[in-house]
Design a protein around this ligand. Structure first.
Ligand code: GYE
Length: 311
């Protein structure tokens, strides 16, 4: 600690690693879900453990707020910027601004669709297409040997976000092999419990026969469970439910049989992010893509995993 004194000239090359301590500006999506809360905690705790000074902002699920935060980190000459882009498109301009200021950027959790991959150093997070596929594969197995039509409703994540786009396409890709699977309604619930409930209420009103709900995260699924129960139906029995994330509340509902299957998406990205940040600031090369390891859970597996679940 304190190896470099304050006598150095202020960083002339943009970043200010001259004080020996790395400063990271992190532009978070918001606080929309249990996943996000766990992700924020992981980042804050890991920064502290790694001795990285963290400047943290919450964009309340708005891209314009994230762009503002990133611009302010550039103006403050942080050493590195990390962010979880709320949507995939529209980042080129601000990423170029960071590049021109020689401040490296790490994408965490969600991807951008920028063609120029030199605009960021690495992208750490899950394979959302694979998550959607795992959800679809469970469904295919569950209805194996049956011929009746399976009416599916889908609660999508935030419109234009990587997890919503990819979880939708991965799932669709797997179930399209069998025409008995029909997605009869698909709408965004913005990854929140309140929106999940509201949209599920509308689904239930408009569709007398719903067999399956596929929700892009636990929170929307949990909101939908309230709507299903209020409509006098049994979640997990009358309507089978698949979600993604595997946060504690989701796992509890899974263990209770109200959700049938959860595809895990780990929010604990903090420690890996801090390791990568240190390497990038030192000028070491890092992998362009760092994948998170994940599994899936049935009710039995949820019961076994719950006592040790950290989030
Ligand atoms: O699944 C959802 C959250 O980007 C992986 O965002 C993340 C998603 C997560 O709101 O719960």
């Amino acid at each position: 600690m304190g190896a470099c004194g304050g006598e150095n000239e202020a960083g002339s090359n943009g970043g200010n690693a001259d004080d020996g301590k790395i400063t990271m500006g992190f532009a978070q999506v918001g606080a929309e879900s249990g996943w996000r809360t766990a992700n924020t905690k992981s980042i804050q705790e890991a920064a502290q453990a790694a001795g990285i000074e963290l400047k943290f902002s919450d964009a309340q699920q708005k891209q314009e707020n994230q762009i503002k935060a990133i611009r302010s980190y550039i103006a403050q000459k942080v050493d590195i910027i990390a962010f979880s882009p709320v949507v995939e498109s529209g980042w080129d301009t601000v990423l170029k601004e960071a590049k021109d200021a020689k401040i490296p950027v790490i994408l965490t959790d969600r991807a951008v669709d920028s063609k120029d991959t030199s605009l960021y150093k690495t992208f750490i997070g899950s394979d959302f297409v694979l998550e959607g596929k795992k959800a679809g594969e469970w469904l295919v197995k569950e209805y194996q040997g049956k011929t009746d039509t399976v009416n599916i409703v889908e609660l999508q994540g935030t419109t234009g976000s990587a997890p919503a786009n990819d979880r939708k396409s991965g799932f669709a890709d797997v179930i399209k092999a069998d025409p008995k699977f029909k997605v009869i309604a698909s709408q965004t619930g913005d990854f929140t419990r309140a929106k999940g409930k509201e949209v599920m209420e509308a689904f239930l009103k408009a569709n007398p026969k719903i067999d399956v709900l596929y929700a892009h995260n636990d929170d929307m699924g949990l909101g939908a469970i309230e709507a299903i129960e209020a409509a006098g139906k049994k979640p997990g029995v009358d309507i089978k439910i698949i979600t993604v994330d595997a946060v504690k509340d989701g796992m509890t509902a899974l263990a209770a049989g109200k959700i049938n299957f959860i595809v895990e998406c780990s929010p604990l990205l903090g420690p890996q992010l801090m390791d990568l940040a240190k390497k990038v600031v030192k000028g070491e090369t890092v992998e362009q893509r760092v994948l998170t390891e994940e599994t899936t859970f049935t009710p039995e597996q949820a019961k076994a995993a719950l006592p040790n679940r950290k989030y």
